[in-house]
Design a protein around this ligand. Structure first.
Ligand code: URA
Length: 261
């Protein structure tokens, strides 16, 4: 299916929901309305966006229609109305390691890319310390919209259970397509989303779990490390990353083994 067809299906589905939903008025963010007001892209662009029929679909091809559905998603009308844009995921669709966070914050909402704020910069450092570029791994969140904070000028809130349940099918599709060798859940919300488990992070982290047969490492969210910048806490996350590197049989130098000791 082309991206256009998939986006059209999504719009039609939403209109049908509005029609059968007893007259609830549609809500759209300012950015979405501005985007809709712009002249449509030439049809040729949409046609060339779909892969040629004479080669097998790549993972990037398969992610594209999921991204198109997320782009116009209004399953949580309050988030669709408050977001600047959706934040799908970024990185190598063929990645061996996939990091899962909670939800976009203000910076991510503005830039449309996961983990670009302060916590994101720390995650990028961790990825580099592991011996990868950010572009070599895949990064996504449980929620694709920034959780709204009505009445508050700033601040974040964790996603609600209903929001997570609504959004999780998109993440499940991303994981199913990327099929990383290892998943890394960053923090309690990612654990809750992937495993439906809540518990102290100190008990969950540092051991192997499994999400639909993909090995899953649980570690602290980078924002926890920003609040607890002691070598002991940094070392805990680093030990979790060493386990990830061992699992994917990535070379580890002596220097890397000794970080934060
Ligand atoms: N925290 C997250 O969990 N995800 C982001 O994208 C940014 C911050």
């Amino acid at each position: 299916m082309t991206e256009f067809q998939s986006a059209l299906d999504s719009v039609l589905g939403t209109l049908e929901q509005i029609r059968t939903g007893g007259g609830r008025l549609p809500r759209a963010s300012r950015v979405a309305i501005e985007a809709l007001s712009r002249p449509p892209a030439p049809t040729a662009e949409l046609v060339t966006a779909s892969p040629p029929a004479d080669r097998p679909l790549t993972k990037a091809d398969r992610l594209a229609p999921v991204r198109a559905r997320v782009l116009v998603c209004t399953r949580c009308p309050h988030l669709a109305a408050s977001r600047t844009q959706t934040v799908f995921g970024i990185g190598n669709p063929d990645a061996e390691v996939m990091f899962i966070g909670e939800a976009p914050g203000a910076d991510e909402d503005r830039q449309g890319e996961p983990f670009v704020g302060k916590a994101g910069q720390l995650l990028t450092k961790i990825i580099k310390a592991m011996g990868f570029n950010r572009e070599e791994v895949y990064i996504a969140n449980v929620l694709k919209c920034r959780p709204d904070t009505p009445g508050a000028a700033s601040g974040n809130r964790p996603p609600s259970l209903a929001e997570m349940q609504t959004c999780l099918p998109y993440l499940a599709e991303q994981i199913e397509i990327v099929q990383p060798k290892v998943l890394v859940a960053l923090g309690a919300t990612a654990v809750d989303g992937l495993l439906g488990t809540r518990g102290p992070m100190r008990d969950l982290r540092g051991k192997w779990h499994s999400y639909q047969e993909t090995p899953l490492m649980i570690t602290y969210h980078p924002s926890y490390l920003l609040r607890n910048q002691t070598p002991t806490e940094k070392r805990k996350v680093w030990e979790d990353m060493l386990l990830v590197l061992e699992r994917i049989e990535h070379p580890i130098s002596e220097k890397q083994r000794r970080y934060f000791l």
